[in-house]
Write a protein that binds this ligand. Structure first.
Ligand code: ZN
Length: 149
């Protein structure tokens, strides 16, 4: 287990831009504000999205395109560092016009309207590194070293 203890830092509320790509815009915000670690959540609507499902045996994401407008019923995630740069990891529960749900790893999404709540973790220094067991880039602690079991 990797544990990073922190204290609450800045809290940001942001109205994201119509037509922007949501993961990219949150990444830009983190870079501009020099945020290295945070918990995030968002609600709103996307005009389209790509959702990922991680194939655990094949160790790769299968990406499903979600064409057409959807509500962001829930979007939660975090920000940490990958190779020194802010990296946004977010999952989303999206609802279509019938209320049917599509959910998964949010690869990208085009914003119709979105409100972001970001809670900075001021003393955390979480770096992602390749994890050989899962094939994912997971938290490896402040030193970005590989970890055992
Ligand atoms: Zn994910």
């Amino acid at each position: 287990m990797i544990i990073e203890e922190s204290i609450a830092g800045r809290s940001l509320l942001a109205r994201l831009d119509h037509g922007a790509e949501i993961i990219g815009q949150i990444t830009d915000l983190a870079r501009e504000r020099k945020i290295k670690a945070a918990a995030i959540s968002a609600i709103g609507a996307l005009s389209r999205a790509d959702l990922g499902f991680y194939d655990q045996a094949g160790q790769e994401y299968r990406v499903r395109a979600v064409e057409g407008p959807v509500e962001i019923a829930s979007c939660t995630g975090n920000i940490s560092l990958l190779e020194g740069e802010p990296f946004v990891h977010a999952h989303a529960v999206l609802a279509d016009s019938s209320g049917h749900i599509l959910a998964g790893h949010l690869v990208r999404g085009t914003i119709f309207a979105a409100e972001l709540y970001l809670n900075e973790l001021a003393q955390a220094d979480l770096n992602r590194a390749h994890d050989f067991q899962t094939g994912l880039k997971l938290w490896a602690g402040g030193q970005a070293q590989g970890v055992g079991n």
